[in-house]
Design a protein around this ligand. Structure first.
Ligand code: HEM
Length: 144
């Protein structure tokens, strides 16, 4: 349990930290210079740790969730079940944003599409931060 939580927190640091750096350090410069290159470069470097971190989050998260609540109760309407459901909704949203970025945005990325990419980065970062907020709710018995 301790090791699982450790991995979950390590993965969270990488996932959330990386997206905050992308949003607050890389994106503003790219928008100012109307140049997609810094974002592309960052994504290439980040991918190598970011994707494994997300996979660690999914596996350790599902595992931790099953320790808090048996699978059969994940879709009940208890406060704990709501936390698990919120995590799953955020995961779905992360997957949609990822697929959309990969298939629709990145292949045709040019200076004109930078604002669209920016919105995308804002949404994925907000989702990452929301994961942390929901995660911290487990010890406190609810979302708020
Ligand atoms: C990038 C995605 C994710 C991030 C950044 C993230 C982040 C966090 C953080 C910071 C905590 C607080 C840990 C603590 O209690 O000290 C947490 C807890 C938790 N997360 Fe996630 N999480 C992610 C994905 C998931 C997924 C996909 C699930 C699956 C349902 C999940 C399930 C849980 C559970 C069950 C806990 C409670 C752990 C505990 O305190 O014992 N997480 N998460």
């Amino acid at each position: 349990m301790r090791h699982l939580l450790f991995l979950h927190l390590l993965g969270a640091s990488v996932w959330v930290g990386g997206h905050l750096v992308l949003l607050f350090s890389v994106l503003p410069g790219a928008l100012r210079r109307r140049d997609v290159q810094p974002v592309r470069q960052f994504e290439q470097l980040y991918e190598r740790v970011g994707i494994p971190a997300l996979l660690v989050q999914i596996v350790s998260g599902l595992w931790l969730a099953s320790l808090w609540l048996p699978h059969g109760q994940w879709f009940d309407s208890s406060p704990m079940a709501h936390l698990v459901q919120a995590k799953l909704v955020l995961l779905g949203f992360t997957a949609l944003l990822g697929v959309h970025a990969r298939l629709a945005l990145i292949p045709k990325l040019d200076a004109q599409r930078l604002p669209q990419l920016g919105l995308h980065i804002v949404l994925i970062t907000l989702t990452a931060v929301a994961f942390v907020w929901v995660g911290s709710g487990f010890r406190f018995g609810g979302l708020f």
